[in-house]
Design a binder for this molecule. Structure first.
Ligand SMILES: Cc1cc2nc3c(=O)[nH]c(=O)nc-3n(C[C@H](O)[C@H](O)[C@H](O)COP(=O)(O)O)c2cc1C
Length: 214
């Protein structure tokens, strides 16, 4: 396996240049530009990210999620409130998000605190979901042991039938979180390994910028 992995190209490029003299004062603005670059480059699922959390015993945990929105408050994601990540965030709201857009050689790392959006925003997000996705939330058993695919199919079909009758029903088990950042790092890979790294750090509501060694 070692030889197979060694033979795989990494950071082969070509990649865009990163002009760090023209970066905006706010990292959320720069993130929006990079996300749009990823969309324009035709990258598949450019809105996927890794959410890292810490559990009640201090052990790290991580999983892929979909970015639901980006605004001045931060990065939004949605999930079941009663699953593992919901409980972990409840106990410790310090989280990180990681994006990687391979064809552009770009990574963004965000560290911050997650807080819940208000009920109105949460319900709007829930109602925009497909019936199948809503049924999963009503079942409310994400990450619990599953005894059989049949149990899954029967349970979800029952909730989907209910949803046909009451399509506007919302689940209080849905949670929409917003990650308010205090550190954001933009990493632009380079074939010659002289990667660009720009770190934004928030101090008393002011963003400071500095470069890092690759
Ligand atoms: C591409 C992709 C997108 C996903 N999007 C979400 C999402 O938006 N919300 C969510 O709760 N789980 C999403 N998942 C599933 C999570 O990775 C994870 O399996 C699930 O949320 C349970 O996590 P937990 O046990 O840590 O709470 C996604 C998985 C993948 C691979």
């Amino acid at each position: 396996m070692k030889d197979v992995l060694r033979a795989l190209p990494s950071l082969a490029g070509p990649f865009p240049d990163f002009d760090m003299t023209t970066t905006p004062a706010d990292p959320i603005e720069l993130f929006g530009v990079w996300l749009q670059d990823a969309i324009n480059a035709g990258i598949q699922e450019p809105h996927t990210m890794v959410l890292s959390t810490v559990d009640e015993t201090g052990q790290p945990d991580a999983r892929v999620l979909i970015l639901k929105n980006l605004d001045a408050r931060g990065w939004h994601f949605a999930t079941t409130g009663n699953g593992p990540k919901g409980g972990q965030i409840e106990a410790n709201p310090n989280v990180s998000l990681t994006f990687y857009w391979s064809p552009l050689g770009r990574q963004v790392r965000i560290r911050g605190r997650a807080f819940k959006a208000d009920d109105h925003e949460r319900d709007a997000d829930f109602l925009a979901r497909s019936a199948a996705a809503k049924a999963n939330v009503f079942a409310g058993r994400q990450s619990q042991p599953l005894s059989s695919r049949q149990e899954l199919a029967e349970t979800l079909a029952a909730y989907e039938r209910v949803l046909v009758e009451t399509p506007d029903r919302v689940s209080l088990n849905w949670a929409l979180f917003i990650v308010s950042p205090h550190e954001v790092e933009f990493w632009q890979g380079a074939k010659d390994r002289r990667h660009h790294r720009l770190l934004y750090t928030r101090e008393n509501a002011i963003w400071r910028r500095g470069q890092l060694w690759p």
